[in-house]
Design a protein around this ligand. Structure first.
Ligand code: GDP
Length: 194
């Protein structure tokens, strides 16, 4: 388990925490299970749900996970009703954060195992690959499938990364069943060097 506490909500890059040494960001389509995953990994019930508070949905939320170490909850994407002006804001804020933050060590991408690699997921994945920083994919809600159903999706996801020349990693994950927590935590600790 990673101990984390809510720290700071950021609407502009000028507000990023100045004491940060290393950060791991979490991205995903709205409803993919990102908040649940962050809460499970940090063993907190509501930590990441602050990101869903009205008015904070288009912000970066930083959770302090140790000296100079942060987990960064990025706003979800792909919600059909999001106005274009907000989508543009998402691109500007998240895009410049992901492309230009030296402290960013890696990206955890959460995808619902029943709907992996949507167009927006692939766009983000391919675009982020140019940064040379690693991606780790959580195939969330793995409890919704049987083992026989989920293993082929895992293998297909590994193949999708390989086809794109992406050295990233992927795993099965379920927040309510605590499936894959240790594996996810190990990746994050390694990236944060903690
Ligand atoms: P976010 O929009 O990506 O932050 O998604 P949430 O974490 O809010 O989850 C969206 C919905 O999926 C909620 O109803 C969650 O309870 C549910 N959910 C999230 N993760 C899992 C999971 O691993 N298994 C199951 N069965 N449901 C999940």
């Amino acid at each position: 388990m990673l101990n984390a506490s809510f720290q700071i909500t950021v609407a502009e890059l000028a507000q990023l925490p100045p004491d940060s040494l290393a950060e791991v960001a979490f991205a995903g389509r709205s409803n993919a299970g990102k908040s649940s995953a962050i809460n499970a990994i940090t063993n907190q019930k509501r930590l990441a749900f602050v990101s869903k508070t009205p008015g904070r949905t288009q912000h970066l939320n930083f959770f302090r996970a140790g000296q100079g170490r942060y987990l960064v909850d990025l706003p979800g994407y792909g919600y059909a009703k999001t106005p274009m002006v907000e989508q543009k804001r998402w691109q500007a804020l998240v895009g410049s954060y992901l492309a230009g933050r030296p402290q960013l060590a890696g990206l955890v991408l959460i995808m619902d195992i029943r709907h992996p690699f949507t167009d927006l997921d692939l766009m983000l994945l391919d675009w982020f690959q140019a940064s040379g920083k690693p991606v780790h994919i959580l195939l969330s809600k793995a409890d919704k499938l049987s083992r026989n159903q989920s293993l082929p999706v895992l293998r297909a996801a590994q193949a999708t990364l390989a086809e794109r020349g992406n050295p990233g990693s992927v795993q099965l994950f379920s927040s309510p069943k605590h499936m894959g927590l240790d594996e996810a935590e190990a990746v994050i600790r390694n990236w944060l060097q903690m």
